[in-house]
Design a protein around this ligand. Structure first.
Ligand SMILES: Nc1ncnc2c1ncn2[C@@H]1O[C@H](COP(=O)(O)OP(=O)(O)OP(=O)(O)O)[C@@H](O)[C@H]1O
Length: 301
């Protein structure tokens, strides 16, 4: 489990993270989502002690990260896939890391297999493509068999095969009961990967929610209604405060009243309905709604 409480980070006059509090639970993939510059990487760096908070605390499995005796076995991180010794082979890169925690070549072979790198294990990592470097970063993160996995934009620059591979891996890790926090600025990607979402904008928490709840709570939802009594229904709904627009093919698109209320209104006035179809805002729309508000009204920082 990861616990973040009232976390703030200022760089000079920039507030990168602003009183952020959340908990990341084990057994599910939590997507950490926000536009570029929202403060995701800064938050992740503070969780693993690479940056010092201006205020607030972070705990991993009940303790601040540096208080763990074998951090690699507690938390696996991918924060910067470029941070490699270029001349070293993938195998030796991993072995050097493994040795710092008393782990041996067997565990290195395991993570090389797990990440599909066994065939290139003895090539210098400096010649790796971005996708291979990401896999190597993930191999390093998993070396200590950690119960918490923290990955910063792991799908960046990957081809569709790589994206699918990471998605499956993250789901497997969560299914094994691990705590998985993965950042992205792409809602489309997180919708397919994450069970839970933490959305931030300008360093502040905008939503701590499931994908379904985010869509349900989004503005922009409407209901498509077909009825032979369109004029009467339009009148009744408008009088009750809803907005009603005509579609090109003779139906009504209603916003501001849910399918339940529309159905009840129709029944109360003995109106016949031929169709009553809720249209949920897309996840992308819901996300844009949230983050747009943060940009427009977030104040100065
Ligand atoms: N070392 C630093 N010195 C000064 N400002 C910084 C530093 N690190 C981050 N920032 C600023 O803090 C804010 C948050 O940056 P951060 O990298 O955490 O965002 P992010 O959500 O990870 O964005 P991205 O998706 O672009 O990586 C940005 O305005 C950034 O310019």
């Amino acid at each position: 489990m990861i616990e973040v409480q009232e976390l703030t980070k200022r760089y000079g006059r920039t507030t990168a993270v602003d009183s952020l509090s959340f908990t990341v639970e084990p057994g599910r993939v939590t997507g950490f989502l926000g536009p570029n510059g929202a403060g995701k990487s800064t938050t992740m760096r503070m969780i693993v002690g690479l940056d010092r908070p201006t205020a607030g605390t972070t705990r991993v499995n009940g303790k601040p990260y540096p208080a763990h005796r074998a951090p690699l076995c507690e938390v696996g991180t991918l924060l910067d896939a470029g941070g490699l010794h270029k001349g070293r082979t993938a195998y030796h890169h991993l072995l050097a890391l493994a040795r710092t925690h008393g782990l041996g070549p067997r565990r290195v072979a395991d993570v090389l297999d797990l990440t599909g790198l066994a065939g290139v294990a003895h090539r210098p990592a400096g010649g790796f493509s971005l996708g291979m470097a990401q896999r190597l970063g993930i191999a390093a993160a998993l070396l200590g068999d950690p119960s918490v996995v923290l990955l910063d934009e792991p799908v960046n620059g990957l081809d569709p095969d790589g994206v699918l591979w990471i998605r499956t891996l993250l789901r497997d890790l969560a299914a094994q009961g691990r705590t998985v926090l993965v950042s992205s600025h792409l809602m489309s990607e997180m919708a397919l990967t994450a069970d839970h979402l933490l959305i931030i904008g300008r360093g502040r928490l905008l939503a701590d929610t499931t994908v379904d709840d985010l869509i349900d709570g989004a503005a922009g939802g409407s209901v498509l209604v077909r009825t032979p009594d369109a004029d009467r229904l339009r009148h009744l709904l408008t009088a009750a405060g809803a907005s009603v627009a005509d579609t090109d093919d003779g139906a009504l698109r209603v916003t501001g009243a849910g399918a339940g209320r529309i159905g009840t209104t129709a029944r109360d006035h003995a109106l016949v309905l031929h169709e009553l179809t809720p249209h949920r805002a897309s996840l992308e729309e819901a996300y844009m709604d949230l983050t747009r508000t943060a940009v427009e009204y977030g104040g100065t920082r």
